[in-house]
Design a protein around this ligand. Structure first.
Ligand code: HEM
Length: 255
C-alpha cells in the first residue's frame, strides 16, 4: 500500500502522457486538415472534462459512501489528476483558439453568445491554472487555510465547463445522441451525490429529523432540468455550436 501511495501520482502522469500521445497519434492522424484539428480539440476537451470529474468526485463519493475502497490512494492521486486536467484543457483551448478560431484575429467574427460561452471555458481554464500551480506541498504550506479556499473554486470551474461544453460543443447540437446523453447523465449523477454530501454536512448535522434530500438537491434538479430544456428545445439559435463562428475555417463535423 505504501508503495502504491508513493507512486500513484507518477502513474497518473504516465497514464495522462499515454492518453495525450494516443489522441495525437491515432485520433489526429486519422484525419487531415481542419478535420484533424477538430478531432484533436474534441479529444483533448473530452479527456479534460473526464479528468475534471475525477478530480471532483472523491469528496462527495467518500462523504456519502465512506466505506468505498481506495480512499487513501484516490486522495493521494488527486493533485496529479488536477494538474493533468489543466494540461489537457490547455491543449484543447490552444488548438481550438489558434487552430479553429484563427486566434485573436478571429474574435471579431464571433457573435456575443459564442464569445460568452468561450469566456466560460476561458475562466474555467484560468481557475484550473491556479489550482494546478498551487498543487505542490510548498504551496499548501505557504498558503495555509487559503489553499483550501482557493481549491474550492474547482466547483466553479466544473459549472463553467458544463455550460461551455453543453452549449458550445458540436456534439451537443443533438442532445438525444449517445454522448450528450451520457455526459448529462454523469453530470446529474454527480450533482445528486454532491447534493447528498451537502445535505449531510449542513442540514442533517443541524436537525436530526431533516429530510434526506435538502433544497440543494431540488436546486440541482431545477438547474439540470433547465439546461436539458434549453438543449432539447429544438431552437438551433439557443445552441451556439459552430453557428456562432462565421469564419470560413470551421465546419460542423458531428459524427
Ligand atoms: C480558453 C479556454 C477554452 C477555449 C478557447 C475553448 C474552445 C472551445 C471551442 C471553440 C469549442 C467548440 C468546438 C466544437 O464546436 O466542437 C469547445 C468545445 C468544448 N470544450 Fe472548450 N475551450 C476552452 C476551455 C475548455 C475547458 C477548460 C474544457 C474542459 C475542462 C473544455 C472542454 C470542451 C469540450 C468537452 C467541448 C465539446 C467538444 C465537442 O462537442 O465536440 N474547454 N471549446
Amino acid at each position: 500500500m505504501d508503495y502504491a501511495k508513493t507512486h500513484v501520482r507518477s502513474w497518473v502522469y504516465m497514464v495522462s502522457i499515454v492518453i495525450a500521445l494516443d489522441i495525437y497519434v491515432f485520433v489526429g492522424n486519422s484525419e487531415v486538415g481542419t478535420l484533424r484539428i477538430i478531432r484533436l480539440e474534441e479529444g483533448f476537451g473530452f479527456v479534460a472534462s473526464l479528468y475534471l470529474l475525477l478530480a471532483l468526485l472523491p469528496t462527495p463519493l467518500y462523504s456519502v459512501f465512506p466505506s468505498t475502497p481506495g480512499k487513501a490512494l484516490y486522495t493521494q492521486a488527486r493533485r496529479a489528476i488536477g494538474i493533468s486536467t489543466f494540461c489537457f484543457a490547455f491543449l484543447h483551448a490552444s488548438i481550438s483558439f489558434f487552430g479553429l478560431l484563427d486566434g485573436f484575429a478571429g474574435i471579431p467574427f464571433l457573435d456575443t453568445r459564442y464569445l460568452m460561452l468561450l469566456g466560460c471555458g476561458a475562466i474555467a481554464l484560468i481557475i484550473l491554472f491556479f489550482l494546478a500551480a498551487t498543487s505542490f506541498d510548498i504551496a499548501v504550506r505557504l498558503m495555509g487555510s487559503w489553499w483550501k479556499r482557493l481549491h474550492q473554486f474547482v466547483y466553479l470551474a466544473g459549472v463553467l465547463t458544463f455550460i461551455h461544453v453543453t452549449l458550445l460543443g458540436s456534439h451537443f447540437s443533438d442532445p438525444s445522441a449517445f454522448w450528450p446523453m451520457l455526459f448529462i447523465t454523469v453530470a446529474f449523477a454527480f450533482l445528486v451525490l454532491e447534493a447528498a454530501r451537502l445535505d449531510k454536512k449542513y442540514v442533517a448535522a443541524r436537525e436530526e429529523r431533516a429530510p434526506r434530500f435538502s433544497g440543494v438537491f431540488v436546486l440541482c434538479c431545477v438547474i439540470l432540468t433547465v439546461v436539458f430544456m434549453i438543449l432539447t428545445s429544438g431552437d438551433s439559435a439557443l445552441h451556439a455550436g459552430h453557428a456562432g463562428h462565421t469564419s470560413a475555417t470551421t465546419t460542423s463535423v458531428t459524427p
